[in-house]
Design a protein around this ligand. Structure first.
Ligand code: ADE
Ligand code: ZN
Length: 338
């Protein structure tokens, strides 16, 4: 079996996926039309043409505009269903999904509309396809602490549906310290925590995410490599780093896939994992992320197994479920390693 076939067929886990970032232009147009909203582009092809980014903010501006056509529970259901269908096609058996409530509540869409639509699609995918999933409520870091606290209040009404809180959006100038108190309140309420840190922002933000937000995973974390003692600390903590290679190329965090640090990170003993971030915007879902990385960095089947196992281990699902998925991935490797 070739490495490409191996990547495609091995059971995988996704831990860094923004549901709003899985909004494909074709579905965006269909939903805009039924909601009577005029997009500024004439066709899905024209939308894709606009997906040329110089940095994170360039992307975020387009991403928030796209999410603006989502109004009704059915819209959030359709968005989530389409992503889960990709998971089924790509042998992603477990996924932990970010949603950005403030992107919608700031436009007057009710929190319940958002989460109920997403939730219905998650439950159906588990019943129909056996795909397990968890939800992570992400605070937008360019907005105020007060707005994050309001979002937490909404999240508490749906505590049964949310496993963790996260931190995303414009990183530079919005350090983790801005959200220390709302993360403390979130942890007190029983949520686990994660945070985007060291994507565009400095390695200092990774220190803050560890020290002040007490995160269980760092999302991205590329910039840890600027600080040797931080790398040592992350290795000792076995801290997962949820890397997103195609995202890094699209947002110019790196200049090309050949520069991607994932292999170097594995060699340093870091618990690196691979995910898709915003697949509709960055040119691929889980398999494309693995395939492009493997091609550029000459990853072996052992490397891919390591990344897959790291991702299952770093999940927030039960120890029993993780053990079952890891055993399946290892069995797949044993059957197809030659
Ligand atoms: N929101 C969606 N994708 C993001 C990313 N890559 N970084 C920060 N915020 C995001
Ligand atoms: Zn992200």
């Amino acid at each position: 079996m070739t490495i490409q076939q191996f990547i495609t067929a091995i059971p995988k886990s996704e831990l860094h996926l923004h549901i709003e970032g899985s909004f494909e232009p074709e579905l965006m147009f269909a939903i805009a039309q039924r909601n009577g909203i005029q997009l500024k582009y004439k066709s899905a092809a024209e939308v894709k043409e606009a997906y040329k980014f110089s940095n994170l903010q360039d992307f975020l501006d387009i991403y928030y505009a796209g999410a603006g056509v989502l109004l009704h529970e059915q819209d959030f259901y359709d968005l989530t269903r389409a992503y889960l269908l990709k998971c089924k096609e790509q042998n992603v058996v477990h996924t932990e999904i970010f949603f950005d409530p403030q992107t919608h509540t700031d436009r007057g869409v009710a929190f319940d509309t958002v989460i109920n639509g997403i939730w219905r699609a998650l439950r159906e995918a588990e019943a129909e396809w056996g795909i397990t999933s968890l939800l992570i409520m992400s605070y937008l870091r360019h907005l105020s602490e007060e707005s994050a606290f309001e979002t937490l209040q909404h999240g508490l009404r749906h505590k049964d549906k949310i496993v963790a809180v996260g931190l995303d959006s414009s990183e530079k100038g919005n350090p983790p310290s801005k959200f220390e108190r709302v993360f403390a309140a979130s942890r007190e309420a029983g949520f686990l925590t994660v945070a985007h840190a060291g994507e565009e922002g400095p390695s200092e933000y990774i220190h803050e995410a560890l020290n002040l937000l007490h995160v269980s995973r760092i999302d991205h974390g590329n910039r840890c490599l600027d600080d040797e003692s931080l790398v040592q600390r992350l290795v000792e903590m076995k801290m997962p780093l949820t890397l997103c290679p195609l995202s890094n190329v699209a947002l110019r965090v790196i200049q090309g896939m050949e520069e991607h640090p994932v292999k170097r990170m594995l060699d340093l003993g870091l618990r690196a994992t691979i995910h898709s971030d915003d697949p509709a915007y960055f040119g691929g879902y889980m398999n494309e992320n693995y395939l492009e990385t493997a091609r550029a960095l000459h990853l072996t089947k052992e490397d891919v197994l390591q990344l897959v196992v790291n991702s299952f281990e770093a999940g927030f699902d039960s120890a029993a479920q993780k053990a079952k998925n890891i055993a399946a991935a290892r069995a797949f490797y044993e059957a197809h390693k030659d």
